[in-house]
Design a protein around this ligand. Structure first.
Ligand code: FES
Length: 167
């Protein structure tokens, strides 16, 4: 968000106002902000606190508890490797290690070019096709470390194609 400009502040105030009649508006407000901006930095939490009267401590607690919320910008592609039991026993650690090696980032980090974020997830409900990887919501079944470079390559190509279409 690069400093909270007046347009962003106005938008956040508007999101807070949307739920002013709800008993427990915090999750809805934070979800809308996450969807709008992709992350919820501290300065935004402070503004939400001012608008709603909910303490920054409580807001911070929610943002950091739910993995859906993020304090920092996420990459264009968010690669979530499941490390739940079913995936783990089928070699999920090798898969996430390979993503980590190829992208030169650790789980929880984003590449410098803003393309990829790598996340370690708990069971994503796809145990039958373990090890499972979810990339921007699309589930890749029975992943193998050897497939990782190809998947990254395909995503880069897909992104370039999209960029070309928007140019
Ligand atoms: S443990 Fe990975 S999908 Fe369930």
């Amino acid at each position: 968000m690069g400093g909270l400009n007046s347009a962003a502040a106005a938008k956040i105030k508007e999101i807070c106002a949307r739920y002013k009649n709800e008993n427990t508006p915090l999750m809805m407000i934070l979800s809308d902000i996450q969807n709008e901006y992709g992350y919820i930095p501290l300065e935004v939490q402070e503004l939400v606190s001012k608008e709603t009267g909910i303490s920054v401590a409580e807001i911070y607690g929610v943002v950091t508890f739910y993995s859906f919320f993020s304090l920092t910008p996420k990459g264009k592609y968010v690669i979530g490797c499941c490390l739940g039991t079913a995936c783990y026993v089928k070699g999920a650690q090798n898969v996430i290690d390979k993503f980590s090696e190829e992208l030169k980032i650790q789980p929880g980090e984003t590449t410098d070019d803003g393309m990829f974020t790598l996340d370690a997830l708990r069971c994503i409900g796809a145990c039958g096709i373990a090890p499972a990887v979810s990339i921007n919501g699309k589930v890749y079944p029975k992943m193998d470390a050897a497939q990782v470079p190809g998947v990254i390559n395909d995503l880069c190509l897909e992104y370039k194609e999209k960029e070309g279409q928007n140019a």
